[in-house]
Design a protein around this ligand. Sequence first.
Ligand SMILES: *Cc1c(COP(=O)(O)O)cnc(C)c1O
Length: 364
Amino acid sequence: MRLMFLDLKRQYASIKSEIGPVIKRVVQNQYFVLGEELLRFEEEFADYLNSNYVVGVGSGTDGLILSLKTLGIGRGDEIIMQANGFIAGAIAAAELGATPVFVDADKDTYQIDVNQVGQKMSKKTRAILPVHLYGASCEIERLAQLAKSHKVFLIEDACQSHGTMYKGKRVGTFGDMGVFSFYPSKNLGAYGDGGALCTNSRKLYESLQRLRNYGQSKKYYHEVFGRNSRLDEIQAAILRVKLTYLDAWNEKRQEKAGIYKTLLKKVKFQTIIKDSISNYHLFIIEVRNRDKLKTYLEENGIETLIHYPVPIHLQKCFRYLNHKPGDFPVSEKLSQSILSLPMYSELRDEEIYYISDKINKFHE
Ligand SMILES: *Cc1c(COP(=O)(O)O)cnc(C)c1O
């Protein structure tokens, strides 16, 4: 057996008959940027999230940058975020001249350790930027309370958590803004780069619309320095089709995760916090001998990945912050011991049996 970590061709085969016509529709209209498809998608995604507004942008990373920029965050400001996970939030802060202030991860949920956030608050803190990591919800309600009591902004990096719920509410809608990525491998993925922000604030919505479009609200009248970062019409049209399947696809992933969890022995799973439903963007196991297991699985035709092998505070680009190994022990330990197994809606049950069997054999 040869098992890819993610085989997007299977998903495409299931929606091919709907995708072709919508791409054709955009091409026939010859209207490619800031048109009807984007408007419709923004309405439909806002509806799905139960948020007042959605603004489509060029990528998740752009969404994070614009979220900080629209709040006027920049040089001299601090943003609290976790040391484990994907680097985009830290890059966004750095790009605007702000300082990422790291907090360690919780050893069971792998999410930002809320108990450490308060100690990191300073006069310079302007925002907390948690990630809902691997598609599971972080302790978003407690973070919202902390943000409120310290009068700082809360921006949710929901780039991995399309459809994830906490207490019956979609994540991304708890903070001042939520940021989503439509990178092809995400649970809601475009056929290229794409991203979006959601917010309930009309003021932030209008500001984000200007910032993604050269800082103009009227053509060629520029009130602020904006950039060019828009979700294009072809991507929006594709996402409109895929959004109608998102819940069903997420449910499939939840089923697959359930199968893995019943079959796998002697591995630790990510703890999903109470009252939340993960979209299982990634399925993570924590093991000793991670590198050996990875090689063993490769030899058996199973592709796995590591999300992520280097914690953010130890990345070369953040050398200037002078962090050293040992600063965030949980994040560092996780980077050595976690492994992401194949997980997507079209993954077959037999394939999960095969993968689980090999992992159990490795541990015998
Ligand atoms: C994918 C991802 C991003 C970045 O999104 P892009 O669209 O690739 O720029 C940001 N944060 C997290 C947690 C992600 O997984």
